[in-house]
Design a protein around this ligand. Sequence first.
Ligand code: FAD
Length: 448
Amino acid sequence: MAASMISRHVAVIGAGAAGLVTARELRREGHRVVVFEREPRVGGTWVYTPGTERDPLGIDPSRPVVHSSLYKSLRTNLPREVMGFGDYPFLPRADGSGDPRRYPGHEEVLAYVEDFAREFGLEEMVRFEEEIMGVGMAEEGGKWKVTRMRNGGGGGGREEEVFDAVVVCNGHYTEPRIAEIPGIDQWPGKQMHSHNYRTPKPFQDLVVVLIGSAASAVDISRDIAQVAKEVHVASRSYEVETLGMQSGFDNLWLHPMIEKAHEDGKITFLDGRSVDADIILHCTGYKYHFPFLETNGIVTVDDNRVGPLYKHVFPPHLAPWLSFVGLPWKVVPFPQFEYQTKWIAGSLSGRVALPSEEEMMEDVKDFYSQLEASGVPKRYTHNLANSQFEYNDWLAAQSGSRPSEEWRKEMYSESSRKRHARPEAYRDEEADETLVSQAHEDFTKHPL
Ligand code: FAD
């Protein structure tokens, strides 16, 4: 650490991929780091559990929460070369064990995240089974009072500790968003959210209406179609020419959005068609949720916009003492976590200068105005589908790291194209060998 760099005492909330890489970058920068993780192991989302919540829609605030939303058959929707951290590639194991496919199953990703933690000795910074219950401003000038509770066997009450800074890495695929359906209160069927979907078995011989069009809706509809009598997928965003029976299936249809649920069990769609359905499965995404944050309204979640945040990371009034890693969606998460967290680490040590609070606030306001002017709904604030690499490169320039690799950008676009065109087959199609060899060449150039 350079003499002018200041070491801070930093709390990181969560030991998923984001919390782990944050811990690594903060420590590299010379900070003293404690990671709080409510589960007994690292990996977050990638720790699959067959267990589900008692409320299948996940709306009861008093329910015991199951963190992961993975289903048993899940394979990644990104090729492994693209998905891995910049300086720790996600390679098949040299001894041939594990799942060497380019789009591996979820167990392989968990093993990779665990290897990452082991390689960099990150677990020693993690306090497992400690859940953060409160993050509020301490009386001591500018510091944070972090309240935690020990979970698991040991039990114990709440304890407080003071930190200079807090980095929030608690994930955002746990708190379900539910579609609003006219007439649903009188509809006699069952409902659940994909957060609680694990296997197709409970859907055997049923007529299922599934709402959504994102990656998990596409995968789950195909999973269920293997055993269900009929699967009817409803979404706002399908194009008219794709509606109707899906090729390769005799029991899977795409529809426009649901118009109404009826007392007699019928579901009607906006094109006037209807089905007698047994269950509605909401694959409608998730809400940002920070039940522990006590910022007196300085940071809020409004229609799934976490704000105000400068570049999706810092609340201008609390920068750099409070930050968020991993909020953007429709991105390649792991490398982006790395870019965000290098910027945070540098800002905390004083190596990287942030603009003034007023300048950051102006930037946020301009960004919100641009979204509004382009008709982008508030809930899409953190959707970086069209700007993720530009955003990463901006972050890289701030912290002095290398920008996104060209092969990664191209491979990402290619895999998105293939996924949309052939959702059943894209994972096992031949790779573009030129891009794969560029990736591998790059991996050898940037060893640990
Ligand atoms: P998480 O992995 O969710 O980790 C958050 C951690 O915070 C958890 O360990 C949790 O226990 C802990 N925590 C939460 N609250 C507290 C608290 N109060 N106190 C203490 N600890 C707390 N990404 C890809 O790159 N490729 C894919 O193919 C892909 N597929 C996906 C499929 C599904 C169904 C889902 C849901 C996500 C997928 N993702 C995929 C995105 C995935 O979420 C990211 O890859 C990444 O795992 C997110 O990491 P994270 O650390 O931000 O959050």
